[in-house]
Design a binder for this molecule. Structure first.
Ligand code: GLC
Ligand code: CA
Length: 533
């Protein structure tokens, strides 16, 4: 099936997402953990920001070994977040404001506490035996981490985990199964098809309650031994065809970092973040560390000015060109798995970064707190399998209320993670009062994007100045209604370049200046221009 002619949800061309880490967003009942009523209470704020869609990290029943990515009941909200009725209320309240809500679909695995897995481990005749992958020892290896995955139960032997040892893979089958390895079932094995059916039922359950689609966790992990994504294409295209028919307004967003494969597979949006074929990495860094003050290798968004935008463009355009018009690439401001982009960057540097991220084609995603420049709290202790990720998962900073900056009325000790203790920790309330704050800047960028469709999700993208090892980066966005140029200079040194297209350009935002055909961008500066007809 080709998705070239497939319809897409009508709201996608104007979609701007905000990612909510539910446990850290707003705690309505003082138990120290964010919850669904808390999210509902902040919808006015979210709307004022200019976003119109939300993605919630998993909110389902879980032992929280991996912060909820280890699910025990796919169709039930974890009590700490509220109830299914609260989630339905959130859908309704969001829809009333013209906003969408997307849930996290942990498609590739369950928790080892899931009743199916427990039954499969303890009962060799379990009807769920083939829902998981009980392997020989040599095949425990997971997608990302090697961890011993020894069955604790009567069955004995080993199983295949997807990420951490307590996240056993759901079995969607293997491409070209090896007959010497009897656990490698073909993708059309009835039990693998039953797992597929189960996933569809889960999606249907939430869609019928009012949800607007899914961010699919580890979307590429489902079929094993499938480097060319042949089985994966078939599987996800099947789901997409079903959605197009029964839920044409529902969106599928993948955590894949391979837009060509993801969009060919029927996804509407794929994240391009720090994974293997990542255009994001040469732009902002490795995602979880800095080697000393400078980033090694250098990245483009760095004061040193020694990054190379062509490394970003090489990968970005490889994926953008063949997918444009058929699906979207998302270059998020951050997410719950990596260091915040504020790490090692001040607010002025963040502005230049957002000036680019929020004027690129595709669907923008703002990670909660990035709009106020929340810090990456390095040094805090791990929580719920966070490993290196706790620093970017701390509570949202709403106002100056002591001691929890408006996140919770509970005792600070009870908080999911500590709030930023800095006396000048950024808060929404303080930034609301300051017309020049990062919050109001983010609003301005989103308003500009909403006003000029060329700057939006579908406008064409074309580099105007992108030279290896040089600054600035200048690109054009255009559609039938107009043409715009965006110039970003994350480096400290002022730069001047010349381009005939810039003649008579009118500046809409930023401090860069055009004179004749010359563009001058101050150090750590940017400009967004409307181009003359
Ligand atoms: C994804 C999630 C991450 C989680 C992992 C396992 O990468 O974003 O938070 O730990 O999958 O589900
Ligand atoms: Ca709570």
């Amino acid at each position: 099936m080709s998705t070239a002619t497939a319809k897409q949800p009508s709201w996608l061309s104007k979609a701007v997402f905000y990612q909510i880490y539910p446990q850290s967003f707003c705690d309505s009942n003082g138990d120290g953990i964010g919850d669904l009523p808390g999210i509902i209470s902040k919808l006015d704020y979210l709307q004022s920001l200019g976003v119109n869609a939300l993605w919630l990290n998993p909110v389902f029943v879980s032992p929280f070994g991996d912060a909820g990515y280890d699910v025990v009941d796919f169709c039930k909200v974890a009590p700490r977040y509220g109830t299914n009725a609260d989630l339905a209320r959130l859908f309704k309240a969001a829809h009333k404001r013209g906003m969408k809500v997307v849930l996290d679909l942990v498609a590739g695995h369950t928790s080892d506490q899931h009743p199916w897995f427990k039954d499969a481990c303890n009962n060799p005749k379990s009807p769920y035996s083939n829902y998981f992958i009980f392997t020989g020892q040599e095949e425990q290896r997971s997608c990302y981490y090697y961890q011993a995955a020894v069955v604790k139960g009567r069955r004995g032997g080993y199983y295949k985990p997807n990420f951490l040892a307590f996240q056993p893979c759901l079995n969607y089958g293997y491409m070209n199964p090896d007959p010497a390895k009897p656990w490698q079932l073909p993708t059309d094995h009835p039990d693998c098809l039953a797992v597929r059916g189960m996933l569809r039922d889960v999606m249907k359950f939430w869609l019928d309650l009012g949800c607007d689609g899914f961010r699919v966790d580890m979307a590429a992990s489902l079929i094993k031994n499938d480097p060319e994504a042949i089985g994966l294409r078939c599987l996800w295209q099947g789901f997409r065809a079903w959605l197009d028919r029964d839920y044409p307004e529902a969106v599928l967003v993948s955590e894949w970092c391979n837009p060509i494969n993801a969009i060919d597979s029927g996804y509407h949006i794929d994240f391009m973040i720090h994974f293997s074929d990542s255009a994001y990495r040469p732009l902002v860094g490795p995602g979880y560390a800095l080697n000393g003050k400078a980033r090694r290798p250098h990245v483009f968004f760095e004061r040193a000015g020694e990054g190379d935008i062509t490394e970003f463009l090489r990968i970005y355009q490889k994926h953008y060109e063949p997918t444009k018009g058929r699906g979207y690439i998302a270059l998020p401001t951050g997410n719950h798995d990596f260091y915040r982009n504020s790490h090692g960057r001040d607010a002025s540097e963040l502005r230049v970064l957002y000036a680019m991220l929020l004027t690129m084609p595709g669907v923008p995603f703002i990670y909660y707190g990035d709009e106020i420049g929340m810090r990456n709290l390095t040094g805090i202790t791990e929580k719920e399998g966070s490993m290196w990720r706790a620093p970017c998962r701390t509570p949202m900073q709403w106002d100056g209320a002591k001691p929890n900056l408006g996140f919770s009325t509970g005792k600070s000790k009870a908080l999911y993670l500590p709030v930023d203790p800095a006396p000048d920790a950024p808060t929404v309330a303080a930034q609301e009062r300051d017309p020049d704050s990062l919050l109001n800047f983010t609003r301005k960028l989103l308003a500009l994007r909403a006003k000029h469709s060329a700057l939006g999700n579908d406008g064409a993208f074309c580099p105007l100045y992108a030279e290896g090892g040089r600054y600035p980066f200048v690109y054009q966005r255009s559609d039938a209604k107009g043409s715009f140029a965006i110039a970003v200079n994350p480096g400290e040194a002022e730069v001047t370049i010349a381009r005939p297209q810039l003649k008579n350009a009118k500046r809409l935002l930023g401090t860069a200046v055009v004179k004749g055909e010359n563009l001058t961008v101050p150090g750590v500066g940017f400009g967004i221009f409307r181009l003359a007809e």
